[in-house]
Each structure stands twice: as structure tokens, then as C-alpha cells.
Design a protein around this ligand. Structure first.
Ligand code: SF4
Length: 396
């Protein structure tokens, strides 16, 4: 089966005699505990059957004057398409976690502003591997062992200590930074913008604040190098994405350097790609104003009390957003569709229990590098996100 606990979407998980093989600790927990803490179908705290919950959800959305659809990063592409249709039909807002995660990075790749590659190509060809502002040991546990640093690849078959050069850029010595010893470099960054400027200067052979000349020299030795950008890079750039992408493009004038986002949610890229295909934007989109804007980010909508209903799918904003933002949810009519009984589900006017994508329902998800994966569920339930969203759409 394919594990859907993070955007690695590992496709080598085996179930044998009740054992789960090849999964990391997070994946193991995700699969072995999928029956625990399940959501219930309820309306105003009272348990109801699925049809009643769906009916109540459609009523709330129909009578809302400013609804938002939010989340969707852990559901399948098929379900994401239906959620987008609901937002379109309502003339509402639609947003996912990528607006405060790595949406800008995915957008740049989709718009072909930076060259990107697949994780399989990284495994087979990459020499210099840069992790910038991301600790994949915690966020994507098998990233290094399955796709990047450790595995032997078609052209990198002598092992990581000879055939890879690891660069970790972070504000502190994270777990992966501690690996940077032989054939590797750890750069402790205080200012990401200055570090990008240092790289740009070093490309031109000029002196720079950060000592990055050695990294440039290593990259020049190879015909495939990659930089993985995470949340630390996104926030460290303080909006200077253009400067960072210019560095990638400049590097490519002298040696190939590919860029990949290093984000966590299993199908965030799927949502970004699906919305991009339909409206030309990856997130924070208003169907009534027909544009994407910072003001349409879910947290901004809440901050401004700009919404009166929210359809929240497969995410838990009460747990993940700052309290001064999430408390404004109390004034909003909430419908939560989630396999698990999250905090958000527990305070929602309507809670709908869905199937766990990849375990109880099939469909397609998109890995962080854009590779599409067909899920192989171990059991099937009729009442998955696609069924529920189709029924809500029909009820509008
Ligand atoms: S790395 Fe991610 S997808 Fe792979 S087994 Fe672990 S949690 Fe699952």
C-alpha cells in the first residue's frame, strides 16, 4: 500500500501477517491506529445518520453569504476537484495549508520559474543535496533514506559517503545537520536573504559574507544538484522569493541545480496543481472576485471576520492556528469533514466522518515532486470524501 501520512507517499509499505513493513514510526502509527479516535456524524452535537449530516451541511452552505472551503491537503485529487466545484458554485473562498506552508514554492515550479526534478531523479543522479530550512528527520522521515542522501542510484552507486555531498542550512544543528560531517557542510544561517546574496556573489566569484565558495565548487563537479526548500527558507526569505529563484537560475547558467519543496501534508501539491489547472492560482482564491490574494488566506479571512460559514476538510485549524485567529471560528458556522475526531470537529455545528484516504478509500495523490500515485487501500468504504462532497454539491 501507499502510506499517506506525509508527502513522501511511500509506495513500498507491505502488510504481512498483521505486520506493517517498511513504514517509519509515523507511517506505522498512521496505519496501525487508523480505527482510533474516529469522528462521528453529528449536527449541533447530536449524533445523526450520514444523510442528515450532509443535508445540514448543504443548508448551512446555501444560506451563507460568505463561505470558505478550507483544508483538503490530505484528501484525494478526485475529492479536491469536488471541493473546488462547491466553492465555485457558492462563489466562495477556497484555501489550503499551503498559503502558510510552501504554496509559493510549488507555484514557482508550476509556472516554470525554476527547474525542478522528481525524487527518483534525485536518488539516481544527485550529487550536492542541499536541505535549506527543513528538518526532514521530523517532517518527512524517509526522505533521506528512500529518495535522496542514503540510497544508491543509477549514477550514484558508491554510497553516500563518496557519491553525495550533503549541505544543511538551518538556524540550529537539527538532526540532519548533525549528519553534515565528511563530504558535507552545515551552514548556520542567521539571515537567509544575506545567504542567498552570498551565493549570488560567490557564483560571480566575488567575496561574500557567508563562506559558500566550497559548495559552489562541489556543484560545478556534478551534472545534477538539488536544493530542498522548507518552511525555514520560506519565512527566512521574508517575501524575497524572486531573489532566491534568481540564485537557482544563475546557478543553472554554470551547473544544473534543481529545486523541490520540502513540505509535509500528503496531498498539498495535489491541491495546488488541481486549483492551478482550474483557475491559474495555487491557493487563497475567491470565486466571486475571481482572483487569488493574501486577503483571502483562511487565517486572514478569520482575522477580519470576513466569513460566516466554513467547510473544513481533513484539517484541524483549532489546533494549528494561533488562538487569536482560531477563536474567531466561534462566530462562523462550521462543517468539518474528517476521518478523525479533531478539536475542530468537536466544536463544529456539523461533523461528518469520512474514510481515511489510502487506507479506506482509493484515488490519486500527488507526491511533493509532482509524481502522481494511485492509492491502494486495504479496505473500502462507500462513504469517502468523494461520496460526501458529491452529495453536498447535489444539495446546493
Ligand atoms: S516517510 Fe511519510 S509516507 Fe513514508 S512511511 Fe513515513 S510517514 Fe509514511
Amino acid at each position: 500500500m501507499i502510506c499517506t501520512a506525509c508527502s513522501c507517499l511511500c509506495d513500498d509499505i507491505e502488510l504481512e501477517d498483521g505486520k506493517i513493513l517498511n513504514a517509519c514510526e509515523r507511517g506505522y502509527k498512521h496505519i496501525s491506529e487508523y480505527r482510533q479516535n474516529r469522528a462521528k456524524n453529528s449536527v449541533n452535537g447530536k449524533e445523526v445518520d450520514l444523510d442528515k449530516a450532509i443535508e445540514a451541511a448543504a443548508e448551512i452552505l446555501k444560506s451563507a453569504s460568505s463561505p470558505v472551503i478550507y483544508g483538503m491537503d490530505t484528501i484525494t485529487v478526485e475529492a479536491q476537484k469536488l471541493a473546488i466545484k462547491i466553492a465555485e458554485k457558492l462563489g466562495g473562498y477556497i484555501d489550503d495549508n499551503s498559503s502558510f506552508c510552501l504554496g509559493e514554492f510549488v507555484e514557482a515550479i508550476l509556472k516554470k520559474e525554476v527547474p525542478s526534478a522528481t525524487l527518483d531523479q534525485v536518488r539516481d543522479y544527485a550529487y550536492v543535496i542541499i536541505y535549506w530550512g527543513t528538518n526532514v528527520y521530523r517532517s518527512l522521515p524517509r526522505h533521506m533514506s528512500k529518495y535522496t542522501y542514503y540510497p544508491r542510484g543509477a549514477k550514484r552507486n558508491r554510497g553516500y559517503d563518496e557519491d553525495r555531498f550533503l549541505v544543511v542550512i538551518d538556524i540550529r544543528k537539527s538532526e540532519i545537520a548533525k549528519l553534515a560531517k565528511k563530504n558535507a557542510k552545515f551552514i548556520k544561517v542567521e539571515n537567509d536573504v544575506e545567504l542567498v546574496e552570498s551565493f549570488l556573489k560567490a557564483v560571480e566569484g566575488k567575496a561574500s559574507k557567508y563562506d559558500v565558495g566550497g559548495v559552489i565548487r562541489e556543484m560545478k563537479r556534478a551534472d545534477f544538484n538539488v536544493v530542498f526548500g522548507g518552511l525555514g527558507l520560506k519565512y527566512g526569505l521574508k517575501g524575497n522569493y524572486g531573489l532566491f529563484f534568481e540564485f537557482i537560475r544563475k546557478m543553472n547558467e554554470i551547473t544544473p541545480l534543481y529545486f523541490l519543496p520540502s513540505g509535509f501534508h500528503s496531498n498539498m501539491r495535489g491541491f495546488n496543481e488541481t486549483l492551478f489547472e482550474i483557475v491559474g492560482a495555487v491557493n487563497k482564491f475567491s470565486f466571486s472576485e475571481k482572483k487569488s490574494d493574501k486577503a483571502f488566506e483562511f487565517s486572514e479571512l478569520l482575522r477580519r471576520n470576513a466569513i460566516d460559514a466554513a467547510l473544513i476538510i481533513g484539517t484541524d485549524p483549532v489546533s494549528s492556528l494561533p488562538y487569536d485567529v482560531s477563536r474567531n471560528l466561534m462566530a462562523v458556522k462550521k462543517i468539518t469533514i474528517d476521518p478523525k475526531n479533531t478539536l475542530t470537529a468537536s466544536i463544529s455545528e456539523v461533523s461528518i466522518r469520512s474514510a481515511l484516504s489510502g487506507i479506506e478509500s482509493g484515488g490519486e495523490m500527488v507526491r511533493s515532486d509532482g509524481v502522481r500515485q494511485k492509492l491502494r487501500p486495504i479496505e473500502k468504504t462507500e462513504y469517502d470524501d468523494v461520496y460526501i462532497l458529491k452529495k453536498i454539491l447535489e444539495g446546493l
